[in-house]
Design a protein around this ligand. Structure first.
Ligand code: FMN
Length: 207
């Protein structure tokens, strides 16, 4: 299978965003299964229903990127136990006009880095709620909550080998999730999660 075209949305828009550094560290691992393309959501105007039918170019470009993407990766900071408004704005644009929700059935993964102890748990839970309504297919496991204080080397990679390993495991599982949804192979997802389908207990017995 070719590298999965993955629209990447980073909820931190500051020049030195921790989440942008997180993404750069992910990229330094050269995860061949994915072709990441970042869309800068700071370029989007505030959602306004008046603009829906004749949207500004940036909105049209964003929507085209969602349409073309085989998968969506959201990397979010946590702001006040939720995710940033700039991210909600982008999600809202992708969901409208009514009846043209572009998130529908998109294979989606969530990650996030913060300097707090729960590592964006609050932000990601809110995102899951919104994406469930929008019928995006968000990968359930593994989850990735990351307290990234001191996590990056000067060269921009991960300091900890365990983090590197977990990132790789995360994307192996995401690849399996994408394949499951595209019907390519369910087996790979189970293997990525360390599950052997043949050893699962039967859920029923035939007589
Ligand atoms: C408005 C605001 C609210 C924040 N709230 C939280 C929070 O609820 N939990 C947390 O772990 N960190 C919180 N932080 C600290 C962020 O983790 C830290 O600023 C981080 O660098 C944000 O990621 P970014 O640089 O990618 O934007 C908050 C920061 C700001 C600016």
């Amino acid at each position: 299978m070719n590298a999965t075209k993955t629209l990447t949305i980073i909820g931190g828009i500051a020049r030195d965003s921790l989440n942008r550094r997180f993404f750069e560290a992910i990229q330094s691992l050269r995860i061949d299964d994915f072709q990441f393309e970042v869309f800068d959501v700071a370029a989007l105007p505030f959602y306004n229903q008046d603009l829906e039918l004749e949207p500004p170019d940036t909105v049209t470009q964003f929507k085209d990127k969602i349409r073309q993407a085989e998968a969506i990766l959201v990397i979010t900071p946590e702001y006040n136990r939720s995710y940033p408004g700039v991210l909600k704005n982008a999600i809202d644009w992708g969901s409208r006009p009514y009846g043209e929700n572009l998130w529908d059935k998109k294979a989606t993964a969530l990650m996030g880095a913060s300097i707090g102890s729960i590592g964006t748990f609050g932000a990601q839970q809110h995102l899951r709620q919104v994406f469930a309504y929008l019928n995006a297919y968000v990968m359930g496991q593994p989850e990735f909550y990351f307290n990234a204080s001191g996590a990056f080397s000067e060269g921009g990679s991960f300091v900890s080998p365990q983090t590197r390993e977990f990132v790789q495991k995360f994307f192996l599982a995401f690849k399996g999730h994408v394949e499951l949804l595209t019907g390519a192979s369910a087996e790979r997802k189970f293997r990525a999660l360390g599950l052997d389908r043949s050893s699962e207990a039967p859920t029923h017995q035939s007589s």
